[in-house]
Design a protein around this ligand. Structure first.
Ligand SMILES: Cc1cc2nc3c(=O)[nH]c(=O)nc-3n(C[C@H](O)[C@H](O)[C@H](O)COP(=O)(O)OP(=O)(O)OC[C@H]3O[C@@H](n4cnc5c(N)ncnc54)[C@H](O)[C@@H]3O)c2cc1C
Length: 386
C-alpha cells in the first residue's frame, strides 16, 4: 500500500499498522524534506489522545489544563468550564518526529520525499518513478489537491484560517485556557490563549480573514482583560487552515481512502483533528491487518462498521457547530451574560456534543439559547427539512 503525506494522520496509520503487525509492504511518501515541519496545530488535545498514543505522547507534553473560559469582547462576564479530565498541550513537532522515529524501522517500509499524483492504481512520483499499489491512503492534509482530482470535487470546503504565535507573557492562570468570540474583525471570529508555562502563552485567532494586525489587537484585549501580562517578546507567527465540516463528505473512492484533514476527520466545533484522525487510522490499520486478501474490499466494510459511531457523533457535533457559527456576537454575548455565574463541567473534551445537549436540559440555559437564537435555529431546521 501507499500512504501519501506523513503528517500526524499518515504517521499514526503507519504506527498502528506496525502495532497490529501488518506484514505487507508500505511506501510512505512525504512532499517535504523532513517530517514534522508543519507547525500549524496548537497542540491542544484530550487525555484520551494522550492515552491512545502513549508512550509516543509521553515526551511531548508541555502543559496540563484543568479548565477554560468562554466569553465575547462585548462583555466582562465569562462562562467557566471545568474539565473533568485534564486537557493537554503537546509539542506537535516533537510528536511527529517521535512517531516517525518509531515507524522508521517498520517491516518493508520505504520513505520517499516527493509529491505524488495518482491515476487508477498507479502513483506517478515526480521524476520518472511509478508505483503500483492495492490501496492508496491519502493523508495530504487540508490542501485537498488529490481529493479534488480523485473525487472530482470543486473547492468550497467549510474552513477558517488560523494564525498564532507563542509569546513571552505571564498567563494569570497557568492551568486554564481562554476562548473569546467577536465579530469586530470578521464575522465568526474567535481567538484563544493557551498557557504553555509560567511565562509563555500560545495566542491564536481564527476566522474568514486573519492577519498579524488582528492577532496583535487580540493580544492587547487579552492584556486588558488580565488574561495575560504585557508581552515581553512576540514569536514567529504560524498557522494554516482549520476545517469546520463534519465528515459528511465521501472519504474513499474504490481503494483510495482519505484520512486526516483530507478525509474531513476533524471535530467541527473546534477543528481539532489529532484525536479524531488517530481513531480513524487505528480502525483502518486494524481492518487492513485483519484481512488476508487486499484484492477485495471486505476490509472497507469492517473499517466503515468500526468508524460508524465516530461518524454519527461528529455529524451531531457538526449540526451544533453550524448553529454556533451562525450566532452573531450580540447573540453570543446575551447567552453568555445569561448563563455565566455558575461553574460548568465538561466530561468529554473530544465529543462535547453530549455535554452541550446535557446543558440544554437545564431550563435557564435552554431558555436563553432559544430566546437569543430561535430565528437561527428555526432557519436552520427549515433548511434541513427542505
Ligand atoms: C491554527 C490551527 C490550530 C489547530 N489546533 C489544533 C489543536 O489544538 N488540536 C488538534 O487536535 N488539532 C488542531 N488543528 C488541526 C490539526 O492540525 C490537523 O487536523 C492535523 O494537522 C491534520 O493532520 P493531517 O496529517 O491530516 O494533515 P497535515 O498535518 O496537513 O499533513 C499533511 C502532510 O502531507 C504532505 N503532502 C501533501 N500533499 C502531498 C503530496 N501530493 N505528496 C506527498 N506529500 C504530500 C504535507 O507535506 C504534510 O506533511 C489545528 C489546525 C490549525 C490550522
Amino acid at each position: 500500500m501507499v500512504i501519501v503525506g506523513l503528517g500526524p494522520a499518515g504517521l499514526s496509520l503507519l504506527y498502528f499498522l506496525k502495532k497490529f503487525k501488518y506484514n505487507g509492504s508500505v511506501l510512505g511518501i512525504e512532499a517535504k524534506r523532513e517530517v514534522g515541519l508543519n507547525k500549524h496545530c496548537a497542540g491542544l488535545v484530550s487525555s484520551s489522545f494522550i492515552k491512545l498514543m502513549w508512550p509516543i505522547t509521553k515526551k511531548t507534553i508541555i502543559n496540563r489544563l484543568s479548565s477554560f473560559t468562554v466569553t465575547t469582547l462585548s462583555t466582562s462576564k465569562k462562562v467557566y468550564v471545568n474539565l473533568l479530565e485534564e486537557a493537554y498541550v503537546i509539542d506537535r513537532i516533537a510528536y511527529e518526529k517521535i512517531l516517525f522515529e518509531n515507524v522508521s524501522n517498520f517491516n518493508d517500509y520505504l520513505f520517499k520525499h516527493q509529491a505524488i499524483d495518482i491515476v487508477g492504481n498507479t502513483a506517478n512520483l515526480s521524476g520518472k518513478d511509478r508505483v503500483k499499489a492495492k490501496i492508496f491512503v491519502i493523508a495530504e492534509g487540508y490542501v485537498h489537491r488529490l481529493r479534488r482530482k480523485i473525487l472530482g470535487e470543486r473547492k468550497g470546503e467549510r474552513k477558517v484560517y488560523g494564525i498564532q504565535e507563542d509569546i513571552i507573557a505571564k498567563p494569570y492562570d497557568k492551568t486554564s485556557f481562554s476562548v473569546i468570540f467577536t465579530d469586530t474583525f470578521a464575522k465568526g471570529f474567535f481567538g484563544w490563549a493557551i498557557p504553555l508555562d509560567k511565562r509563555k502563552v500560545r495566542v491564536g485567532i481564527g476566522g474568514s480573514k486573519v492577519s498579524i494586525g488582528m492577532l496583535r489587537a487580540f493580544e492587547r484585549q487579552l492584556v486588558k482583560r488580565r488574561i495575560i501580562s504585557e508581552p515581553i517578546k512576540h514569536g514567529e507567527p504560524y498557522g494554516g487552515v482549520i476545517l469546520t465540516s463534519p465528515p459528511e463528505r465521501p472519504d474513499h473512492k474504490g481503494k483510495v481512502i482519505f484520512i486526516g484533514d483530507s478525509g474531513f476527520h476533524v471535530k467541527p466545533i473546534t477543528g481539532g483533528g489529532l484525536f479524531i484522525h488517530t481513531l480513524f487510522s487505528r480502525s483502518l490499520a486494524r481492518s487492513i491487518t485483519a484481512t488476508d486478501n487486499l484484492d477485495n474490499t471486505r476490509f472497507l466494510n469492517k473499517y466503515y462498521g468500526e468508524t460508524a459511531v465516530f461518524r454519527r457523533k461528529l455529524k451531531l457535533q457538526g449540526l451544533i457547530a453550524k448553529i454556533l457559527h451562525e450566532l452573531n456576537e450580540r447573540e453570543k454575548t446575551k447567552i453568555i451574560n445569561d448563563i455565566s455565574g455558575e461553574e460548568y463541567y465538561l466530561r468529554n473534551y473530544d465529543f462535547h456534543e453530549e455535554d452541550i445537549l446535557l446543558l440544554l436540559t437545564k431550563l435557564q440555559i435552554a431558555k436563553s439559547v432559544m430566546k437569543h437564537s430561535h430565528s437561527i435555529i428555526a432557519a436552520f431546521l427549515r433548511r434541513m427539512a427542505q
